[in-house]
Design a binder for this molecule. Structure first.
Ligand code: ADP
Ligand code: MG
Length: 692
């Protein structure tokens, strides 16, 4: 049914005969030649002069012009590295790692030496490191210990057009840092033209430098009628392009990992059913993909066969792929958005913006004239897509940011210099959440507990759990649980061996808790001397477990620095459940039917996921708490633990009390609105006092 039919294009034939640029790229070039071929190389000296004469410079250039890989090296070659490191921030982990590897190769050094990277829980740098790529979250945390960022001689805030939450907060902080440190070079790069906004933010005299682009025309085809199933439509389109006889690689955008996997599978399947189809290398890319597989998208496919890369938003501007001449764009992406209904952030699929759509089509015209197939109509593009994506700061929970800024003594958050301030409701909501966790006091100031929580690179709930664990004498167990929660998946379920793997998994399950199940897996692995073979035998990801161990040791270091002791509760795992309850009491569910709960505060239904340890065990606790809700077909609770009602009353008194259980959800909701309102008023009073 998803047969997409496109508007015809007259220019089509003439463009596709122009294969000169394509063949030029088909030749192997030395790394030096590749570097000198990039558009930024032509303006190297001119750009460096502007940087020499100004402390803050905004640099604009098309994706692929060489901003991310070359700027750092140019600064190093110019001698800026003498007084400190050259740092470059990225909104995405994958980009930070992949670009650092590329630059290390270009420099002919080992990754982690002169050129390295840092992402959460993974520091691949050394004393020798002169160029450091990192996520914006890492640099933000570095501000805590080093508010002037003295280790850096230059900072490049890359991909500023993405407007990630952390980049936006860094903008506000760095604005003050450059005012204090006249020796620091700050470079803001953007792939789009709204650079003026960045320049204005840093003051009227901030220059914008434009790297002249080298782009080829891209023919854009819109679907004639709206598409029902974008995966199906994308697969068909890719197969049609592949069989169409024109050269060039294909790039398909998909919102997330699941869709990517299905798309890759279906393309391979459809081609295998054909009698004679030319070979096609189908390559996925998303953030949780192991890095050796990620690297494949940059490599030439065996025998020079055509590549078809199926990617998340990461390929929109963060990673540049050469040789793409066809783009298939379903028009969706996944965004983290605060969902007031469930009172927390949820990853949801949204239509992309017009700006994103144009970036995506641009990917087809980097190495030659290309084509972009949009799986949406021209009318949908014009009427249903926003001009630009809403910055993350205006749509997500800000608890982490609030905590961080408070500890940097930004007391009045409503006065912080944001480029686009977050909605006040959002800010107050996040402050309310921190207040219920005990991180802020009634006047909105950081408490002792809050101060400790900031030290952990974790969400506030998880850091609260770790800190409570010391008092409850189970910090060793909770340390493991928190570490297990920070890796994506522990169990694997290979095709054809589903029953085997399910049976193994069942052996680990602790019927009252997914969290304790994770703990159990780790304890067993530890007993088997962290063996890889044990992992394989038990269908547990060895690599993920090694990562857990590493994360655990890093969190342990932070605990040591806070003089928090690692204490084991021994065989008493009930206290561990109580500690879990102390952090998640706002996510509590009361039993309603088999596998079905309702959120105690909001009355929203939430369900046990079939993969949960509590599912189908014949044991249905009256109350549970959960790590998060995932919204798919139903609202599923992810990582669930059975708790006592009395614990909820004891640990979350602002939400629950014994007599209150007779109140209706509506009354409770009104209560919580009232509490927020009174807290808001209190905070306003407090702020007035501070000002007076
Ligand atoms: P920009 O930041 O302006 O979008 P980049 O510096 O990322 O541009 O890319 C410049 C060139 O480096 C591109 O031609 C790209 O293909 C190449 N490149 C970047 N990363 C890698 C990598 N990991 N492997 C191979 N080539 C890469
Ligand atoms: Mg870049």
């Amino acid at each position: 049914t998803a047969n997409v039919d496109y508007k015809e294009s007259q220019k089509f034939a003439s463009h596709m005969q122009d294969t000169e640029a394509v063949s030029e790229f088909a030749m192997e070039k030395s790394i030096k030649q590749q570097r000198e071929y990039l558009p930024v190389f032509a303006v190297r000296q001119k750009m460096l002069n502007v940087i020499r004469d100004n402390n803050v410079v905004v640099i604009v250039g098309e994706t692929g012009s060489g901003k991310t890989t070359q700027l750092t090296q140019y600064l190093l070659e110019e001698g800026y590295g003498r007084n400190g490191m050259i740092g470059c921030t990225q909104p995405r982990r994958v980009a930070a790692m992949s670009v650092a590897k590329r630059v290390a190769d270009e420099m002919g050094v080992e990754l982690g030496q002169e050129c390295g990277y840092a992402i959460r829980f993974e520091d691949c740098t050394s004393d020798k490191t002169a160029i450091k790529y990192m996520t914006d979250g890492i640099l933000l945390r570095e501000c805590l210990g080093d508010p002037d960022l003295d280790q850096y001689a230059a900072i490049i805030m890359d991909e500023a057009h993405e407007r990630s939450l952390n980049t936006d907060v860094l903008f506000g902080l760095l604005r003050d840092v450059v005012a204090r440190r006249t020796d620091l070079k700050l470079i803001v790069t953007s792939a789009t033209m709204d650079a003026e906004k960045f320049a204005n933010f840093f003051g009227g005299h901030t220059p914008t430098f434009e790297i002249p682009g080298r782009t080829f025309p891209v023919e854009i085809y819109h679907a004639r009628t709206p598409v029902d199933d974008y995966v199906d439509a994308a697969v068909k389109q890719a197969v049609r392009i592949h069989l169409g006889g024109l050269d060039g690689d294909i790039l398909i955008f998909m919102p997330g990992q699941e869709d990517i996997e299905v798309t890759c599978e279906l393309i391979k399947q459809q081609l295998s059913q054909l009698e004679e189809s030319p070979p096609l290398a189908v390559l996925p890319i998303y953030s949780q993909l192991p890095s050796d597989l990620q690297a494949k998208i940059f490599q030439r496919a065996p025998g020079g066969m055509r590549k078809c890369v199926v990617a998340t938003n990461i390929a929109e501007t963060s990673l540049t792929l050469d040789g793409i001449l066809f783009v298939v764009d379903p028009g969706y992406c996944k965004l983290k958005v605060f969902n007031p209904k469930i009172g927390m952030d949820a990853l949801q699929i949204f239509p992309i913006s017009q700006a994103s759509a144009n970036q995506r089509s641009g990917r087809a015209g980097r190495t030659g004239p290309g084509q972009c197939y949009r799986l949406y109509t021209e009318r949908q593009f014009k009427d249903e897509m926003l001009i630009a994506t809403v910055p993350e700061i205006q749509r997500t929970n800000l608890s982490n940011v609030v905590l961080l800024l408070k500890s940097l003594h930004v007391d009045d958050l409503l006065k912080f210099h944001f480029m686009d301030p977050p909605p006040q409701d959002n800010m107050l909501n996040s402050m309310y959440q921190l207040w219920t966790l005990g991180a802020l006091d009634n006047t909105g100031r950081l408490t002792e507990l809050g101060r400790k929580m900031v030290e952990f690179p974790l969400d506030p709930t998880l850091s609260k759990m770790l800190i409570m664990a010391e008092q409850m004498k189970c910090s060793s167990e909770v340390l493991t649980i928190v570490s297990m929660l920070s890796v994506p998946s522990i169990f694997f379920r290979p095709k054809g061996r589903e029953e085997d793997s399910d049976a193994r998994k069942e052996k680990f399950q602790v019927p009252e808790s997914d969290h304790l199940t994770y703990l159990n897996v780790y304890v067993q692995w530890q007993k088997h001397k962290y063996s890889t073979k044990w992992c394989t035998d038990n269908f547990v990801h060895a690599k993920a477990m090694r990562k857990v161990r590493e994360v655990r040791s890093q969190l342990k270091d932070i605990m040591d620095s806070l003089k928090t002791e690692e204490i084991s509760s021994g065989t008493d795992w009930d206290i561990v459940r109580k500690c879990i309850c102390s952090a998640y009491f706002h996510n509590a569910g009361r039993l309603k039917g088999i596998g079905e709960y309702v959120n105690v505060r909001t009355g929203i239904p939430c369900f046990l996921h079939p993969t949960s340890a509590l599912f189908g065990m014949g044991y249905t606790p009256d109350y549970v708490v959960y790590h998060e809700l995932i919204m798919t077909a139903k609202e599923y609770m992810q990582s669930v633990t059975a708790v006592d009602a009395a614990w909820l009353a004891e640990l979350g008194p602002m939400f629950y009390s014994v007599k209150e259980s007779i109140k209706t959800h509506r009354e409770k909701l009104q209560d919580s609105i009232r509490t927020t309102a009174s807290m808001e008023a209190e905070m306003r009073e407090a702020q007035k006092e501070i000002l007076e």
